[in-house]
Design a binder for this molecule. Structure first.
Ligand SMILES: *Cc1c(COP(=O)(O)O)cnc(C)c1O
Length: 377
């Protein structure tokens, strides 16, 4: 380890994501918004949630938005609203956060894992049709790291086999593909407002969007104990409401999202430039016909050098993270009888996510890049 660099007072420690700068930038507005909620005295299913739903639907360009407790609940409620249940098969990616598959198992359906594309890290559509059986009911693509999947091709396959499409856009609020927002192209889209997501609350939160009024009504009913009308419960649902304080916070942040995502894209292109030409490093894929929002900037360290790079960066104060060290089909819960999915398995050995947030700044990125260059070729 290079002591001089580790001690460099200009870079005490570079986090993976700096939420503090965002909070301090917006603090007066956030406090005012929270105070309004306290003064209003309505904390659940009040005006803030209604407004947020309206504003999010308008931003995304979809008809219905239903604010929920988490992105995980959005996936579970989406599956139930689509009528997916015991014995049904749902095709998804193994290279994602566990919640994508967990939601499928939660409704007693069976996750069927398809391998991913080594460049985009998203579902590889080429092999998808082979996995479709008479029990297949849906596909859940994930726009991983904010990189939108090519939805046109996926929707064609889904139409051919009459499958339902639920987009897991938890990491891709604001991303675009073919001129439309990721999450609004499938039958249902799911977002997460987990604090680290591009549009993050200061607690848990999520959202489900759809253009279908029937699906929207069912999802809204499932959100509140299976009732459309208070105390007239029609089915067994959940308590999965977003609270007013989180909705008020998200309403302060939503108008900034487009600019923040642009700043993330700029930061990503700066990394691209700083890190180009290294033999042992593969950079994130380009996004033709779309707009990635770089929830993560994830590189691949080749030749088995990932863990060495990770340790070397940690030693000079650069935080990194491996998303995801074990592909979902190899997690203890699913490993029995799981297929071999070589690309996802290889990616989990190679990927490394670098520090990124809207206001990261060129100096910090240059430091990160210099450290990477001194560690690998
Ligand atoms: C964060 C995330 C979720 C779950 O969202 P929560 O709000 O944490 O429940 C689901 N899928 C993906 C891809 C995620 O990144």
């Amino acid at each position: 380890m290079n002591q001089t660099q580790a001690m460099n007072p200009a870079f005490p420690k570079i986090p993976l994501l700096d939420l503090k700068s965002e909070v301090s930038e917006l603090k007066p507005q956030l406090l005012r918004a929270m105070e309004d909620v306290l003064d209003e005295g309505a904390f659940i299913m009040g005006n803030q949630v209604k407004q947020l739903e309206r504003e999010a639907a308008e931003y995304l360009g979809c008809k219905h938005a239903i604010a929920l407790n988490s992105g995980t609940d959005a996936l579970v409620i989406a599956l139930l609203a689509a009528g997916i249940g015991p014995g049904d098969e749902v095709i998804t990616t193994p290279f994602t956060f566990f919640a994508t598959a967990e939601a499928i198992s939660r409704v007693q359906a069976v996750p069927v894992f398809a391998d991913v594309d080594p460049l985009t890290y998203n579902l590889d559509l080429a092999g998808l049709a082979e996995l479709i059986t008479p029990r297949t009911k849906a596909i859940i693509p994930v726009h991983l790291f904010g990189h939108p999947l090519n939805m046109d091709r996926l929707m064609e396959i889904a139409a051919d086999y009459e499958l339902f499409v639920i987009e897991d856009a938890a990491q891709a609020f604001g991303a675009e593909t073919g001129g439309r927002k990721a999450g609004t192209i499938g039958h249902i889209g799911c977002y997460s407002f987990f604090p680290s997501k591009n549009l993050g609350a200061y607690g848990d939160g999520g959202m489900l969007v759809t253009d279908d009024p029937q699906l929207a009504e069912t999802a809204a009913m499932l959100r509140t104990h299976g009732s459309k009308r208070k105390y007239y419960n029609e089915c067994v649902g959940f308590n999965s409401r977003l609270d007013e304080l989180q909705a008020a916070i998200l309403r302060v942040k939503l108008p900034y999202l487009e600019a923040w995502n642009e700043e993330r894209r700029l930061a990503a292109s700066r990394y691209d430039e700083l890190l180009q030409g290294l033999q042992e490093l593969a950079l994130p894929a380009e996004c033709p016909n779309g707009k990635a929002v770089f929830h993560q900037y994830t590189v691949r360290a080749l030749n088995g050098r990932r863990d060495e790079l990770l340790a070397g960066l940690a030693a000079v104060g650069v935080s990194t993270m491996v998303y995801y060290p074990v592909p979902v089909h190899k997690l203890p819960v699913y490993v029995a009888g799981s297929p071999s999915l070589p690309v996802a398995e290889r990616l989990s050995q190679e990927v490394l996510s670098l520090p990124i947030w809207p206001k990261i700044g060129a100096d910090v990125q240059r430091y990160v890049a210099e450290q990477i260059k001194s560690l690998i070729d």
